[in-house]
Each structure stands twice: as C-alpha cells, then as structure tokens.
Design a protein around this ligand. Structure first.
Ligand code: B16
Ligand code: MG
Length: 215
C-alpha cells in the first residue's frame, strides 16, 4: 500500500549521528566514573530523549536537578563538538536521491526526531529543503516510545496517521510509530525490533519501492 507521507527519524536513519550521541554519553559517563557500554547504549538509549538517556546512565545514584541539568548540557557540548564538523557527505548514501524520488511520486516527506539538534544537523547535511514538515525535540514533551512526535509530524504535512509510513532505527521509535497507527519500517538488525512491519538492514542506496510494505 502506497503511503501519503513517509516520516523519517533522523539520527541513525538518514545519518549516523547515533554514533556521536554514544561517544558523547560515553565521555560523560567516564567523567563521572560510571560504567557504560556500547551494548547498553544500543539497548537502552537508541532513539531515547536526552533526559531519559541520562536517567538510565545515572540510575540508582543521587544527583540534584542542577547537577542533572549541568550533565545534560555537558553531554550536549560534547555532542556538538562532533556534529559541527559534519558535511553533506555524512548523509546516508543515496539519501538525497531517495527523498527526491519520494517527492516526485507525490508522497510527502517529514522528519520526526526527538533531538533538539535536529535542525542544525539537517542544515549541515543540506537536506532541510527536501522535507514538507520537520518535527523535532522542541515540538513535543514526550519522547519516543510515546507516539507524540510522529503524530505531530503527520499533522505538519496534513496526512492522517493511518496513511503514513514511519522509518526508524530504534525499537522505541518503532513502538512510537505503531502506537501512532502508522506502518513501521525498521532499519537495522531484525532482532532489534518487536513490532516493525518490515525491516531493512541498511538505508544505503535504497529506493522508494524498497521502503513500501506489501499488504
Ligand atoms: P538531543 P532521533 C534522538 O534523535 C537520538 O536518537 C537520541 O540518541 C538522542 O538522545 C535524542 O535524539 C535527543 O537528542 O540530545 O540532540 O536533543 O533518533 O529521534 O532523530
Ligand atoms: Mg534514531
């Protein structure tokens, strides 16, 4: 079934900023002497908002709200140091061609990212103009797996959620998409996702036809 809108997550789908998020959290955890592994990042932090991610890392330890705020700012500073070097080369291979193909087919394109750095990353990748709507971490209160960011993005492009296809690299994001009533495409290893309607190992050099879910 052809959707009327395709709503993309950003980090880990259109670019590999998920690695930069991990490196920034790892640096913060090391500063604080808290053990934190790549496996934990993949299982518990992928696609999850800034505050919820920190809550996982410091779980069981006491910090004041001021300290929590300072740690979130510090992680964001580390993340920005990495991200500000980004160039359009870090867009997934074939990404510009895919987005252009989707729009040529008369399907709306939107972003649903809970990152507050989303707009800066889209600008550095030079793809802002390829989206009909951009929903980021400044638009909604509740982070994925809540459906809010995908519902908001569907509203921006005036398409009912039932007519949307959501694309995500995180299981929390797939949960958000399914709860919003959309078709869900997972990007990554099959074992990562519980409710995805379809899974692709990678977004590299894919075409519109590859994204569609056959019903
Ligand atoms: P920020 P997405 C998410 O973006 C990231 O996957 C996640 O790792 C990050 O913690 C979250 O954004 C908040 O990002 O700290 O930049 O506001 O996957 O929804 O595009
Ligand atoms: Mg993601």
């Amino acid at each position: 079934m052809q959707p009327k809108a395709i709503i993309f997550d950003l980090d880990g789908v259109l670019t590999d900023t998920s690695e930069y998020h991990y490196q920034a959290w790892k640096k913060l955890a090391d500063d604080e002497g808290i053990p934190f592994t790549r496996e934990e990042n993949d299982t518990h932090l992928r696609g999850v908002g800034r505050r919820e991610s920190l809550a996982y890392i410091i779980r069981g330890r006491h910090y004041s709200e001021d300290q929590i705020q300072e740690m979130m700012d510090r992680k964001n500073k580390y993340y920005n140091e990495k991200v500000k070097q980004m160039t359009p080369k870090e867009l997934v291979a074939g990404g510009r061609e895919l987005l252009t193909e989707i729009r040529k087919a008369g399907i709306k394109t939107a972003i649903a990212s809970v990152s507050k750095n989303c707009q800066m990353v889209l600008d550095l990748l030079q793809i802002t103009d390829l989206f009909d709507g951009i929903a980021d971490g400044n638009c909604v209160m509740n982070s994925k797996p809540a459906p809010d960011i995908f519902v908001y993005a569907a509203g921006l492009v005036h398409v009912h959620t039932i007519d949307c296809l959501g694309v995500e690299d995180a299981n929390a994001g797939i949960e958000a998409i399914k709860t919003a009533g959309m078709q869900a495409l997972g990007i990554g290893p099959k074992e990562r996702f519980q409710r995805a309607d379809k899974v692709l190992a990678t977004m590299e050099n894919v075409h519109l036809q590859d994204l569609l879910i056959q019903k």
